[in-house]
Design a binder for this molecule. Structure first.
Ligand code: CA
Length: 268
């Protein structure tokens, strides 16, 4: 494992540890010590990893850095992480392939670091279950803000599902069976293999059957932390959702398009 900056004996980071350009982070945003989320950073460029680690630790995250996908796969066997930041361009296994392997084991919120600004990378990343991405060069402050937002969103989802301490029952609406805790949706008895955003869209529609949700409303509900998603992002995910619903049940098309207004779900 690659350790960038030495910690002081009391466990804190040095205050002037070679990052003079690091913006000061507001102390009020630091995580309480009781909920130190463990973040796995997979980045083969030490200089980038250094600034990211410093910023994450300053915000109270328990950040671990490895240089390669191979090390990451070993590391996740030793420790449960709450969130991962994956460089797309890794020397041994690409970040996307690593994401697939990590998420095959267990649900893990992922933010990609990409040097390639191509739309195809972004879409591919989201299709693979990425929650967000940051394009290099980025400010550590921006990345940490994304991490914090994603962590809160993930934790809020978990708290909503388990706040009463009792399992949230599967909600049956017509042909849909929604398991909010497992973030799973069945359609006509068939489990839909959904990406995180497809799940978000379908869950949002399922929460209010028949109601027309505008694209901007869906953006707010599902892509709250993505900076530059567009209406087309919604349309793209509606399209892939429809294809998955059809493959679960031939000729089914429960998502209604209301031109100029948005989408609604028919659960009859
Ligand atoms: Ca790289």
């Amino acid at each position: 494992m690659y350790q960038v900056a030495a910690r002081l004996p009391d466990g804190t980071m040095p205050q002037n540890g070679g990052e003079p350009s690091m913006p000061r982070l507001e102390p009020t945003t630091a995580m309480p010590a009781t909920s130190m989320p463990a973040v796995l950073l997979v980045e083969d460029e030490p200089a980038i990893a250094d600034t990211v680690l410093y910023a994450l630790r300053a915000e109270g995250f328990d950040a671990v850095h490895v240089l390669t996908a191979g090390e990451a796969l070993v590391r996740v066997q030793e420790q449960a992480f709450d969130l991962a930041i994956l460089d797309v361009g890794l020397p041994d296994l690409g970040g996307f392939a690593l994401c697939r392997q990590l998420q095959a084991e267990r649900a893990l919120p992922v933010i990609f670091l990409t040097a390639r600004d191509a739309e195809v990378d972004r879409v591919l990343g989201f299709e693979l279950g990425a929650d967000d991405y940051v394009t290099k060069p980025f400010s550590p402050r921006e990345l940490v803000a994304r991490v914090r937002a994603l962590w809160r969103r993930t934790r809020a989802g978990a708290n909503t599902a388990t706040s009463a301490g009792a399992p949230v029952p599967v909600q049956v609406q017509g042909p849909f069976e929604h398991d909010p805790e497992g973030r799973r949706i069945r359609y006509h008895g068939r489990l839909l293999e959904l990406t995180r955003y497809e799940y978000g869209v379908l869950a949002a529609l399922l929460a209010r059957p028949g109601a027309v949700l505008s694209r901007s409303r869906l953006m707010d509900l599902v892509w709250s932390d993505a900076l530059d998603s567009t209406d087309r992002t919604v349309d793209t995910h509606i399209k892939t959702l429809r294809a998955k619903l059809r493959s679960a049940h031939a000729d089914a098309d429960p998502i209604r398009t209301h031109r100029g207004m948005g989408y609604a779900l028919d659960v009859t």
